[in-house]
Design a protein around this ligand. Sequence first.
Ligand code: MLT
Length: 240
Amino acid sequence: MRTISTCLSPQLLPLHSFEDKTVVVVDILRATSSMITAFAYDVASITPVPTLADCRMLKEQGYITAGERGGQKVSGFDLGNSPYEFMDHQLNGKDLAFTTTNGSQAILSVTDAHTIVLGSFLNLSATADFLLAQNGSVLILCAGWKGKFNIEDTLYAGALADLLQNEFAFEDDATLASQSLYQFAAPDLMGFLKKGSHPRRLAGFENHQDMEFCIQRDKFQLNAIFREGKLFRLEQTSII
Ligand code: MLT
């Protein structure tokens, strides 16, 4: 039977094998939610890069620069990391260079994986459908915050595991714990999330609306897949 496992922090990645798996990278607040929103607004590609300098170099080649450090927009960048900034039809067909504190680094840490897709509540069911249509096992990689566990990515892992449980065996206790936490929190996800550290950090920057947006379920029916250094939109649950 196919399996699903969960890596609750990039620091734990050396304990997981993922080369033959589909890795779902998730940074609910806010990198992967913003990236999925950008694809819903038809950006052509997103190139995740590790540093601000990498982003600035790509700007010279015509890329739109986006991202954050410490949750705040970087001086000189075209866009920050609020999903609202990507709800712009002028981004249609554009290539984005994206660097964030945790999310883009998490994507770059699993480039050896067979397949990488982005996870968010905004496209939760589309991702579950995609994974169900694939043959392989799955690792959910939670981006966390600077190596630490976070609540929002863990809740997403639990929600996805909940959707996959009939077809995938849970390989580890992290998946079981994430699912249990999600089931406990689901009746008031927003109330539960607000207690977390990153929601409080973002609230300090007056980004309340971002959190409400990012926890909406199934707003978009699309997936984003990583291929040769870039993320692209996948329309349907095609088999890779
Ligand atoms: C990250 O990648 O660390 C985040 O998306 C931070 C943020 O909320 O902007």
